[in-house]
Design a protein around this ligand. Structure first.
Ligand code: UD1
Ligand code: MG
Length: 451
């Protein structure tokens, strides 16, 4: 049975106090929209349709940038969740299968939970709703169940009686139904309610009127956490980080001060990895078994292989590939560079747009001068080469295998294998000069104090 997902993302999110659409705000390095799209990915959604409204252009671009097959539709007026889902009808008219509706501002619904809804739906229900037992049911829609545990209706808080308001089993907003049925039912939805909106939730009552059964399955309240304000956004970040930290430790990583390590939505950490305090992971980082990430390092878009040691105070930027056992030390920045097995870049260096051969040693203060103000150029550093401290490698340039550079060199020409490249002024010692100069200066000072 195939499934498609509709993500509602048209709302303004006025409480965010932002010029940016709410769903584009980040949690763990990815917009909430992308979190929802990844949930859809996890159940192999055939089509993912994003309903845009406020900031439609930006939301649509973010969706397609993440997944070029994503489809977006515009809901120009926000007339309710039912009306929002209806906008996806033209895109799904030839789709045969189940549809799941997600919210773009509810980033943590797990694919496993969506799969459980599909499994429940496969038992023959018309509509399956994801519910949760709310600690504080506040203004959530209430799930009215029958004696045999089936779902009878969803009643919005505003429209609920006191008895219904006493129910704590609430609607998360996630709904699953057969595509054809869903759009048929939505055509019957009216807006004669307290909000004057077309409620998606009304499809439950309408399905029941057709003698179809409906069901609700429950998930953890944390999973359905929605974001409406910056305070909620911060709470969502905390929730994400706590889960990510616990998972990393459960999978065999040591986090010496777990509460100070910040993961991205997609960070992959192997077994026996040690992560020291205050490490920040941006998107797209993989750290393999046995590697150590020392304190105050910042990593994004990089791959750290087995037993490598990074930091303290290292910065790995996108396109960095560290081989097995590589060492990157303090105040080193690496970008778009492959550093082969066993190479060392231990202190105060910038390595960008480069290849560093295995077992090479990059001396303190070495810089690949990769940018001429307009273009970026490449530096190749051979295996087992020794780059003297404070070498400027003016790219494009290459240093051969087993080659060397003299400290302080400005290297502008390729260095062949096994050669020493020197590019600095020759030293000239003037005998007695230092003393003579000092005496002169001291005499000048003495004359001045006498005046
Ligand atoms: C909705 C549910 C409620 C549930 C709650 C969970 C309905 C009628 N009510 O209420 O039962 O407990 O979510 O959080 O569905 N949106 C659009 N276009 C619209 C309206 C909404 O795209 O015209 C989007 C919003 O941007 C938001 C989501 O749909 O992401 C939910 O809308 P919201 O207005 O927050 O619904 P609630 O009133 O909270
Ligand atoms: Mg809401």
């Amino acid at each position: 049975m195939s499934v498609s997902v509709i993500i509602l993302a048209a709302g303004m999110g006025s409480r965010m106090q932002s010029d940016m659409p709410k769903v584009l705000h980040n949690v763990a390095g990815a917009s909430m929209l992308i979190h929802a799209m990844r949930s859809a990915e996890g159940i192999n959604a055939e089509k993912t349709v994003i309903v845009t409204g406020h900031g439609a252009k930006h939301v649509a671009k973010a969706a397609v940038d993440y997944d070029e097959t994503a489809q977006t539709v515009l809901q120009s007026e926000q007339n309710g969740t039912g009306h929002a889902v209806q906008q996806a009808a033209p895109v799904l008219h030839d789709f045969d299968g189940d549809v799941i509706v997600l919210y773009g501002d509810t980033p943590f619904v797990r694919s496993e939970t969506l799969q459980a809804m599909l499994d429940e739906k496969a038992k023959g229900h018309g509509v399956v709703v994801l519910g949760f037992n709310a600690a504080d049911p506040a203004k959530y829609g209430r799930l009215v169940t029958t004696d045999d545990g089936l779902l009878d209706a969803i009643v919005e808080f505003k429209d609920a009686t006191d008895t219904q308001r006493a129910i704590t089993f609430c609607n998360s907003g996630v709904i699953c139904a057969d595509a054809k049925l869903l759009f048929e039912l939505l055509n019957e939805v009216k807006n004669d309610n307290a909000s004057g909106e077309y409620y998606l939730t009304d499809v439950v009552g309408l399905a029941r009127a057709r003698n179809l059964t409906c069901a609700a399955i429950a998930c953890d309240e944390a999973e359905t956490m929605g974001v409406n304000s910056r305070v909620d956004l911060a709470a969502a970040e905390v929730a994400f980080q706590n889960t990510a930290r616990r998972e990393a430790m459960e999978n065999g990583a040591t986090l010496t001060a777990a509460e100070t390590v910040w993961f991205a939505y997609d960070t992959v950490i192997g077994r026996d990895v040690i992560i020291e305090p205050n490490v920040v992971f941006g998107p797209d980082v993989t750290v393999e078994t046995g590697a150590t990430i020392r304190a105050f390092s910042h990593l994004e878009g990089c791959h750290v292989s087995k037993d490598a040691i990074v930091g303290p105070y290292a910065r790995l930027r996108p396109g960095t590939e560290l081989g097995n056992g590589v060492k990157v030390g303090n105040f080193v920045e690496i970008k778009a560079a492959i550093v082969d097995e066993g190479a060392k870049v231990n202190h105060l260096s910038y390595i960008g747009d480069a290849e560093v051969g295995s077992e090479a040693n990059i001396g303190a203060g070495t810089i690949t001068c990769n940018y001429d103000g307009v273009f970026k150029h490449k530096t190749k550093i051979g295996a087992r080469s020794f780059i003297g401290s404070n070498t400027m490698l003016v790219a494009p340039v290459s240093v051969g295998d087993d080659a060397m550079t003299g400290s302080g060199s400005v290297i502008t020409k390729d260095i062949p294998d096994e050669a020493l490249g020197l590019g600095r002024a020759r030293q000239d010692n003037k005998e007695g000069f230092a003393l003579k100069l000092m005496n002169k200066l001291r005499a000048a000072k003495a004359a001045k104090t006498k005046e």
